[in-house]
Ligand binder design. Structure first.
Ligand code: C5P
Length: 227
């Protein structure tokens, strides 16, 4: 399946994938680990591109892998690949700088959530379009959660009813994302956390089980089954 980006799409999606040590093939970093013979990044970009609202995709790759990553993604969808920064935050900033004027809704997506359904991209984008400055997809926490001390002794039980597990894509009005990143003091893996820090209310939408983060061999096995 080759996705053609919607010419009317008003959403840009940034995919920071410039972690150090990136090389193509298995055993490399998460974004390029193979799932059914294709890197996670390819699966992720294919699904992003299939969302009708998306008109622009920018991937941040390691400076020495920009050409390889561009060649990898070219058959999948029209994607801009830029050299990432020294930190994830720098990579998000570099990708944001490559988004053309006119895209006022910007999503930040983790390539490790390779099977994220296009519908979830649409639902996050639609909430931003509806007026929310920052939007995250969340799932309820199903396990009982306890706080423990360094000896493994339970300190207390956390009230699960107000806990949510956060997924990506995280969606923002473009000016909100730019301001949140400008104000950030340290490197952060949660862009919505940066928006919170500058006082932007973060809205939630229902996440999707298929948007699981594929990080451990068990997740890879689940992803195989889902495919
Ligand atoms: O290294 P870590 O797991 O925190 O990276 C999280 C994500 O940020 C990964 O997708 C990684 O490729 C990306 N990243 C980046 N630029 C960096 C460091 C990490 O795009 N300089």
């Amino acid at each position: 399946m080759t996705a053609h980006l919607s010419v009317r799409g008003d959403v840009a999606v940034l995919v920071p994938a410039a972690g150090l040590g990136v090389r193509l093939g298995p055993g490399g970093p998460k974004a390029l680990r193979l799932l059914r013979g294709e890197p996670l990044l390819v699966h992720a970009v294919r699904r992003i591109a299939a969302a009708p609202s998306v008109g622009c995709i920018v991937v941040a790759a390691p400076a020495d892998a920009v050409d390889d990553v561009a060649a990898l993604l070219a058959p999948i969808a029209p994607v801009t690949v830029v050299p990432g920064g020294a930190t994830r935050q720098g990579s998000v900033a570099a990708a944001l700088a490559a988004v053309p004027a006119g895209f006022d809704i910007v999503l930040v997506h983790d390539a490790a959530r390779a099977l994220t359904p296009p519908d979830l991209v649409e639902s996050v984008a639609s909430a931003v379009r509806g007026g929310h400055g920052a939007v995250i997809p969340v799932l309820p926490v199903v396990d009982t959660v306890k706080r423990v001390d360094s000896d493994g002794v339970v300190l207390g039980t956390v009230d699960r009813s107000e806990l949510r597990a956060v997924q990506t894509p995280q969606g923002f009005r473009r000016d909100v994302l730019a301001k949140a990143h400008e104000a950030a003091l340290d490197d952060h893996t949660d862009d919505a956390g940066l928006a919170e820090r500058i006082g932007i209310p973060v809205h939630t939408v229902p996440g999707a089980e298929a948007a699981l983060k594929i990080t451990r061999p068990f997740d890879l096995a689940i992803a195989h089954l889902l495919l």
